[in-house]
Design a protein around this ligand. Structure first.
Ligand code: 1GP
Length: 248
């Protein structure tokens, strides 16, 4: 069970790295490269999904990863259509920082029956959008305002409410391609309030920033954009899981 593994890692103070693959940017050659580097760096999970998939094919992407790697694939869906029975698990995201009912419950109702008949492990996840210094696709497409970075308590209490609602993970998201990742004081404040594992993603581009995010308490880091541009970076950011305490 994937959730159990994430919980065990959190319990044992072991940090995790997920490589996000956008089905719009997953040609065969790209998958060859990104999977080879991910296998070599022994990353923990592949996440697949996006707020907006245009030309990409989710099923083909998941199968393409499965053909190249035995690392588990977790769906990170932007909407109810982004379901593939070939994946191992799905983050059932509720955008709890927003007030868009469709992303709090609407998409979930549409997906419910299909998820029930699938063998996917369902992991209810409280998804918080935090301001990343620029208008990101997720912000625009979701039609929700991100939590301002100086409203640290709002972020912390939103995460706490998610935990109290029964969510199993909190995902603090600055948005793909964000200028700044989620600030360390926001991460620390969330960690202080919740006991469930915390995922942090958006705008993480260097091993140093991954280390800072891990040091602040993130249990898992998700990186997409930077690995698309430079798959060799996977190795260095993967190493931050182990040496984040030494980094300055
Ligand atoms: C987006 O958190 C992920 O949902 C990853 O963001 O593409 O900026 O790494 P980046």
């Amino acid at each position: 069970m994937i959730y159990q593994k994430i919980q065990e890692a959190a319990f044992n103070d072991r940090r995790l790295l997920s490589v996000l693959i956008d089905p719009d940017k997953s040609g065969e050659k790209h998958l060859d490269k990104i999977c080879a580097y991910s296998n070599e760096a022994n990353i923990d999970y592949f996440f697949v999904g996006g707020s907006l998939i245009t030309s990409g094919d989710l099923q083909r992407t998941v199968l393409g990863i499965k053909k190249r790697s035995s690392i588990p694939v977790v769906l990170f869906p932007g909407n109810h259509q982004q379901i593939s029975e070939h994946a191992d698990a799905i983050l059932l995201l509720s955008l709890i920082s927003g007030r868009n009912p469709d992303l709090l419950i609407g998409q979930h109702v549409t997906a419910a029956q299909r998820l029930k008949t699938s063998e996917l492990e369902i992991i209810p996840t409280g998804y918080l959008l935090i301001d990343g210094g620029t208008m990101t696709t997720v912000q625009y497409v979701s039609g929700t305002a991100p939590i301002p970075t100086d409203k640290v308590e709002i972020a912390a209490y939103t995460a706490l409410a998610g935990e109290q609602l029964g969510m199993k993970l909190i995902f603090a998201e600055a948005g793909s391609g964000a200028k700044h990742h989620v600030p360390v004081d926001v991460i620390k404040a969330i960690k202080k309030e919740v006991n469930i594992p915390l995922i942090v993603g958006g705008g993480i581009r260097t091993p140093e920033s991954a280390a800072a995010v891990f040091r602040a308490g993130a249990n898992m880091v998700v990186v997409g954009n930077s690995f698309e541009k430079d798959p060799e970076l996977i190795q260095d950011i993967a190493a931050a899981r182990f040496n984040f305490k030494d980094a300055v």
